[in-house]
Design a protein around this ligand. Structure first.
Ligand SMILES: [Fe+2]
Ligand SMILES: [Fe+2]
Length: 297
């Protein structure tokens, strides 16, 4: 029978940030089933994402669609993004729950991380409600959500890095969505709620990573730096769901979306805050810059 490792000592900056974030969560925590008017039909009266954020925007498949086709296509891509959001939040909650099992309840991060899990539970219910009301298939990534190893050196740093990548990319998409008057009010309300609560998660992940990395051995830090661009590429890949094109009968849609330079530039822009931060904390250094390609040019 294996024994659990001793609880990790609280990290001072992460502890101070956790106290601030618990206070911020006490001031503002939103219930999507009160905040969002779900009686408004999720129909094709408007785009569900800004059209420029859609993976096929600017391709010949996009040019071939009429206005009604583009609106319906945006509803399916939004449902796929919600499905990817639920998948990511599931992965993330598993990381956070394992982290919680390792730290003592007296560490201020303990209470904050439980708040974060509670936030993600509400977000996943909200994304699920969108999909259930949007009349689309229940899109979700086919990649196993259990792909992160807990045993590898630097595993927790790698996991939080993945969390941060997803949160920064979604933040970019959500901010553009909530501000765009062409977008359906339900999509805008979902995006606004998510931006507000995810800002706390981003803040925790950045503080924790910046404090954790210098405590790792050089060898483990190299493992993290090697894994980071690979994981971020997984995140970028999951922004395109082949099932959308199959369901809508868009011939060659997946290949077009994957090769679309406009979509690639959306991903690069969406990950710009992440790559700036990773450069600051030394995860992207001269030895690793080439592996990041255009993402950290
Ligand atoms: Fe979330
Ligand atoms: Fe989050």
């Amino acid at each position: 029978m294996s024994t659990t490792t001793l609880p990790l000592a609280p990290m001072p900056r992460t502890a101070a940030r956790s106290r601030q974030l618990v206070a911020a969560s006490e001031r503002t925590t939103l219930d999507p089933f009160r905040e969002i008017d779900w009686s408004v039909p999720i129909d094709d009266s408007a785009f569900h994402l800004p059209p420029e954020l859609l993976p096929l925007y600017g391709t010949s498949a996009w040019d071939a669609m009429d206005e009604a086709g583009r609106l319906a296509y945006s509803r399916h891509e939004t449902a796929a993004l919600c499905g990817a959001g639920i998948w990511f939040e599931n992965v993330l909650m598993q990381v956070v729950l394992r982290h919680l099992a390792d730290i003592p309840v007296t560490d201020p991060a303990h209470r904050y991380l439980l708040v974060e899990v509670a936030d993600e539970c509400r977000h996943s219910m909200m994304f699920g409600e969108y999909i259930r009301r949007a009349g689309t298939p229940a899109y979700r990534p086919t990649l196993s959500p259990h792909f992160l190893s807990d045993e590898a050196p630097g595993a927790r740093a790698v996991s939080y890095l993945l969390i941060l990548a997803v949160e920064e990319l979604l933040d970019f998409m959500n901010r553009a969505t909530m501000r765009d008057e062409r977008v359906h009010p339900t999509s805008r309300a979902i995006a606004r709620l998510h931006v507000l609560e995810e800002a706390r998660h981003v803040s925790f992940a950045k503080t924790y990573l910046a404090e954790l990395l210098p405590t790792l051995s050089d060898e483990d830090r190299t493992v993290v730096a090697d894994a980071a661009p690979v994981l971020v590429e997984v995140v970028a890949d999951l922004s395109v769901d082949p099932a959308v094109y199959e369901h809508l009968g868009i011939e060659g849609g997946l290949e077009m979306a994957q090769a679309n330079p406009h979509h690639r530039s959306t991903i690069v822009a969406g990950l710009a805050k992440l790559t700036t931060f990773l450069t600051e904390i030394g995860v992207i250094d001269d030895a690793h810059r080439a592996a990041w390609g255009a993402l950290a040019a």
